[in-house]
Every structure is written in structure tokens, then in C-alpha cells.
Write a protein that binds this ligand. Structure first.
Ligand SMILES: [Zn+2]
Length: 252
């Protein structure tokens, strides 16, 4: 793809989305959410979600550049026979989610250590035990029907349906997926989800009973987070500035 990539044929809007998504890959490495050359982040380019950007197959997150991202079309039946065909499980999950989950303009799927550990518990829910965990109170979809590595359309559609109206999905025995209107918002969900899961796992590791907030305090706290949602953009901008200082090649 990058060989034929022509910046002049890409709108400024798509280019900005490419840069942000490329930054998310680099940052995922810094936060240790990456795994081998697997996992996928994507972003819809068309309003109906049928056209979307996705990381190329078998490329390390730390090397992804804006121009590397594949532009795919969910209606294109020949995608998997392209020379730069995406990872089949990425294609089946992200294609289905962008096409049928309206709040998922951006979809970040990975296996961060603490959230994945939590997803492996019989009860993978995040209890409201501090500010970060309360952020997710009643706001996470939980999918407990892991069907093996998703590489067919039916499993992709099943995962898309499991999102419901939520932007965050804990995937039992698997990992997490976070959606958003923008890369910054989806990234912020993923950032706080992993922080919350870390707190949960450390609190569980103590062996002591959790001190769970009342539902009123938990809901109030979650609503306060929603009023504070603009901070996602400031956080992501600051992180990009830090990336620019060390290695700005994601922008190429
Ligand atoms: Zn996965």
C-alpha cells in the first residue's frame, strides 16, 4: 500500500485521521498494550463506516506510519485476495463493527495486560472502587462468549452486536475493544480502562474484600467523567507532543 500511497489523493481530513491513528499505535507500545505483530486499530473514513483505515498485517505497532494504513471497503469481497490483504480476524471484527455500530467511528482492539487478566476472571466486571473504575460504571458491554480467534463473518457480527450502545467492551477470555467518535476519545477509554483494570487486579491480589461504592456515588462519578470528556483531546495532544520529541516518523 505504502508504495502506491499518494498524499495528494488523500483529503486533509483523512490525513489527520491517519496521523492520529498512527500515533495511537506508537503510544500503545509505550503503554505496553501491544503484543507481537498482532491486534488492530481502525478508523472509519466514510460516514456509513464501510470504508475504514486499518493497520497492515504483521507490522509492529512501533513502526506504523500514517501512510502505511490500509484503506479498506467492507463491501469489497476481494479484500482478502489483495496482495496487502489485512489480517483475517481484523477484517472480520473491524469490518462488522464499523458497518453496524454507529458510535464506533474508531475502534481500538488489543490485549493489554491488566484488562486481559481481568477478562479471564469468571466475573470480568469493573467494580466502582475508585474514580477510574467508577468511570465505567454501567457503561461497559461484557461479551462472555469467546468463540476462538475471530476469523469469520459470523464471529465478527456477533462481536459487533455485543457492543450494543456501549463504546467499551470487555471481551471475556480475550481482551478489550474501545470505540469512539475520534481516535482521542477511543484512546482515552482504552487508557482509563487499562488503569481501572490494573486497580481491580491489584485490589483483588490483596485477597481482601473490595470496598465497592454505592450505585448513587458510582453513577455520579461516572457522570462527572462525562462532563470532563474534553480532557481526552488535551491528553492525546500532549501525548503526540511527547511522541514528536522522541520520534515523529508516525506522521509520515
Ligand atoms: Zn484480540
Amino acid at each position: 500500500m505504502s508504495a502506491q500511497f499518494n498524499r495528494d489523493q488523500v483529503s486533509d481530513e483523512e490525513w489527520a485521521l491517519r496521523v492520529d491513528l498512527a500515533a495511537a499505535f506508537r503510544l500503545a507500545v509505550q503503554f505496553d498494550w501491544h503484543e507481537s505483530i498482532a491486534n488492530h486499530f481502525s478508523a472509519a473514513v466514510s460516514a456509513d463506516g464501510k470504508q475504514f483505515l486499518l493497520n497492515p498485517r504483521w507490522k509492529h505497532f512501533s513502526l506504523v506510519k500514517a501512510s502505511d494504513l490500509l484503506l479498506l471497503d467492507a463491501n469489497d469481497k476481494d479484500v482478502m485476495s489483495r496482495p496487502d490483504a489485512p489480517d483475517p480476524s481484523a477484517w472480520s471484527i473491524h469490518g462488522a463493527v464499523h458497518a453496524s455500530v454507529p458510535q464506533a467511528k474508531v475502534l481500538l482492539h488489543c490485549h493489554p495486560p491488566y484488562a486481559t487478566a481481568l477478562s479471564c476472571l469468571k466475573d470480568p466486571s469493573i467494580k466502582p472502587i475508585d474514580q477510574n473504575t467508577a468511570r465505567f460504571y454501567n457503561r461497559i458491554a461484557v461479551d462472555l462468549h469467546f468463540g476462538g480467534i475471530a476469523n469469520d463473518e459470523a464471529e465478527g457480527q456477533r462481536i459487533a452486536n455485543a457492543f450494543g450502545n456501549s463504546s467499551i467492551m470487555m471481551m471475556g477470555n480475550h481482551g478489550v475493544s474501545c470505540a469512539g467518535e475520534t481516535v482521542a476519545e477511543a484512546f482515552e477509554h482504552l487508557y482509563y480502562l487499562e488503569r481501572a483494570a490494573k486497580t481491580m487486579m491489584l485490589a483483588y491480589a490483596s485477597g481482601q474484600a473490595l470496598s465497592v461504592m454505592s450505585s448513587k456515588i458510582a453513577e455520579d462519578t461516572a457522570q462527572s467523567w462525562e462532563e470532563y470528556s474534553e480532557s481526552a483531546f488535551a491528553h492525546f495532544d500532549q501525548l503526540k507532543l511527547l511522541l514528536d520529541k522522541s520520534d515523529d516518523s508516525y506522521r509520515h
